[in-house]
Design a protein around this ligand. Structure first.
Ligand code: FES
Length: 163
């Protein structure tokens, strides 16, 4: 989605002009654009009267925020100990192969961003792959393609509805 500064301005105006609003504004902008564009961060700094360095320190502290454009779907593979011993590395290999990207990257069509984490706190379900907040427990190499296709199908159905 293309950055619209009027939209960013409206988001900022929903909150009190104070440093305590930074986190909420960043959450709304991340949700709207799937990342935090630099121009949006500059506008937050100006409108809330908070130094840009402080905005960046909040934006870089939380994993939920991204300073680079993310794909439409966020695919996260847990590489914590429980997931690791139950096969997460080979699941990750299969996902990398299927998407053609490494962790931290986004597919060329902007559909998927791949990330890894170190424990999601649901070790009983290991190994876990999370796509758009939906947990896929006890994931195997064989389950990777069906999981990814589910999200690719959603895209196709939505784009068909728009026509
Ligand atoms: S190690 Fe993966 S959820 Fe804990």
């Amino acid at each position: 989605m293309k950055l619209n500064m009027k939209t960013v301005s409206k988001i900022i105006d929903k909150y009190p002009t104070s440093k305590s609003s930074v986190l909420s504004v960043l959450q709304d902008i991340q949700e709207k654009y799937n990342w935090l564009p630099p121009d949006a961060l500059r506008m937050i700094s100006i409108k809330l009267g908070v130094p840009l360095i402080d905005i960046y320190s909040v934006a870089t502290f939380y994993r939920a925020f991204s300073l680079t454009p993310r794909g439409k779907h966020l695919c996260t593979v847990c590489l914590g100990t429980a997931c690791h011993v139950r096969g997460a590395p080979i699941v990750l290999d299969r996902i990398q192969e299927a998407l053609g990207i490494n962790p931290g990257c986004t597919t060329k069509d902007n559909q998927f961003t791949l990330e890894t984490v170190n424990c999601l706190g649901a070790c009983a379900l290991a190994p876990i792959v999370v796509v758009d907040g939906q947990y896929h427990g006890q994931t195997t190499v064989q389950k990777v393609n069906p999981i990814l296709k589910k999200y690719q199908k959603k895209k196709t159905k939505k784009s068909q509805k728009k026509k």
